[in-house]
Design a protein around this ligand. Structure first.
Ligand code: SF4
Length: 437
């Protein structure tokens, strides 16, 4: 038998490059391949993917913040075999440009419009456009219950009502909160404008991003608060969904196989990996409840109240050689000890190094591993200057001091993000270093 060799030219090994299935990215625990889906799969297909991750990698799978499955610990040869065998499963794999729609699109009575036809039209029209940035991404959002507002997008179309008609607000760059408004269009013009912007970006070279076209445009101001995918949802036509997830977006294959087997026993036909490291399962009310109970008993996040769902932690040490800290251990301790700080108003970012893979956007509070200890960053990205630095041994105690300070200072009705912002980094630094405000 001839073992296929990996086409090194096809690999995009640059730091931060999008690790697609056929172009895996090198990480601290080997190559990482992304399995990006554009539709639901069955529990049997998820189990089969997990078995492939066990056979060809180290059996650890991530569900990314954007809802992609990632198989870790691959070698050059095993990544090629995984690629072939995943394709043989006949999954709805995304090929080409990432054009994302919310996971309940078409099933959500609260959405203004089903965004999938617009997303598909853009996908088709963009097929011939060469030379875009590897991580170029479009979001087409029907303005329903689970939105993709906090995810970065080069171009974002958001459905809006205009009297009796439906129109599309086109934003450039950022999450929705900081995207710049390019215009509000009817459907045909929104698609045509998105394609014309993509052509413009392609002509600017493969480093050009949506934000590069946004100079001078007004910032979006109409942004709803994020909704957690964890918990139960009543959808249209009597369909229910339950959102579950492994802690910090990472699971062993055997644990997901066990969940898949229970899913099949309960007669749940479809699932989708989705935003915020979740898996959404679609079935009857009873089946969703039974699966939620089973998942909760087996350590999965099943509720938006679980503080682990409010922490973004990268794989950290030992999985990634760039990491100086065991991010998941720190995050687990933080969830157990600082649950009131983690009220869902922000994501606590725990990162093994300043690259900040788990949360590219700014966070109200970040713990970042460095060569000498931990940097604490307020209202910024992991690479931004810290307001305090502490020793490795003092990490969780420092976080507890911040949680105690917020508990003492919190005003009535104020959430943690607002309280942290109001207190400011000087007072937080004083609380960390002295243990007192
Ligand atoms: S952020 Fe985490 S996963 Fe990414 S390179 Fe740094 S340590 Fe590794």
């Amino acid at each position: 038998m001839t073992v296929p060799s990996l086409d090194r030219k096809a690999l995009d090994m640059r730091r931060g490059a999008c690790p697609a299935l056929s172009a895996p990215m090198m990480t601290g625990d080997g190559l990482l391949a992304r399995i990006a889906l554009i539709d639901a799969i069955s529990a049997g297909q998820l189990a089969e993917l997990c078995r492939l991750a066990q056979r060809h990698g180290n059996g650890i799978l991530d569900i990314s913040a954007r809802g992609n499955l990632q198989a870790r610990g691959l070698t050059e040869i095993s990544a090629t075999i995984l690629d072939t065998e995943v394709r043989a499963l006949n999954l709805p794999l995304r090929e080409g440009l990432a054009v994302e729609a919310p996971p309940f699109a078409g099933l959500d009575e609260t959405e203004i419009v089903d965004p999938r036809p617009v997303a598909e039209a853009i996908r088709q029209a963009a097929r011939g456009i060469e030379g875009l940035a590897p991580k170029m991404c479009l979001v087409v959002d029907g303005h329903g219950r689970l939105r993709l507002s906090h995810l970065l997008a080069d171009i974002r179309l958001v459905a809006v009502r205009s009297g009796e008609s439906i129109r599309w607000k086109l934003l450039l760059g950022g999450p929705e909160a900081t995207g710049k408004i390019c215009g509000i269009f009817n459907e045909a013009d929104a698609i045509a404008t998105a394609i014309s912007l993509l052509r413009k970006l392609a002509a600017m070279g493969n480093r050009a991003r949506g934000r590069d076209l946004a100079d001078g445009l007004p910032v979006n101001t109409d942004v709803p608060p994020p909704v957690s995918p964890f918990g139960r949802f009543a959808l249209s036509n009597g369909v229910y969904a339950i959102g579950l997830g492994p802690a910090f977006g990472q699971a062993k294959a055997e644990s997901l196989i066990m969940l898949s087997e229970r899913t099949e026993q309960l007669g749940i036909k479809f699932l989708k990996p989705a935003l915020d490291h979740s898996l959404l399962f679609f079935g009857t009310h009873e089946a969703c409840k039974a699966l939620s109970d089973f998942a909760g008993q087996n350590g999965f996040i099943t509720s938006s109240a679980d503080p682990r769902g409010h922490i973004a932690a990268c794989p950290g040490s030992p999985a990634c050689t760039s990491a100086t800290i065991a991010t998941h251990d720190i995050a687990s301790e933080a969830a157990a000890e600082c649950a009131d700080l983690l009220d869902g108003s922000f994501k606590l970012h725990v990162t093994g190094c300043p690259k900040g893979c788990a949360h590219p956007e700014p966070s109200a509070l970040t713990l970042c591993g460095t060569a000498d200890g931990i940097s604490l960053i307020g209202r910024g990205k992991a690479a931004e200057p810290p307001f305090a630095s502490v020793s490795f041994a003092d990490t969780n105690a420092s976080l507890r001091r911040i949680a105690d300070f917020v508990r003492t200072e919190r005003r009535e009705g104020e959430n943690s993000a607002a309280c942290l912002a109001r207190l400011g980094t000087d007072r937080l630094a004083a609380a960390v270093t002295s243990g007192r405000p």
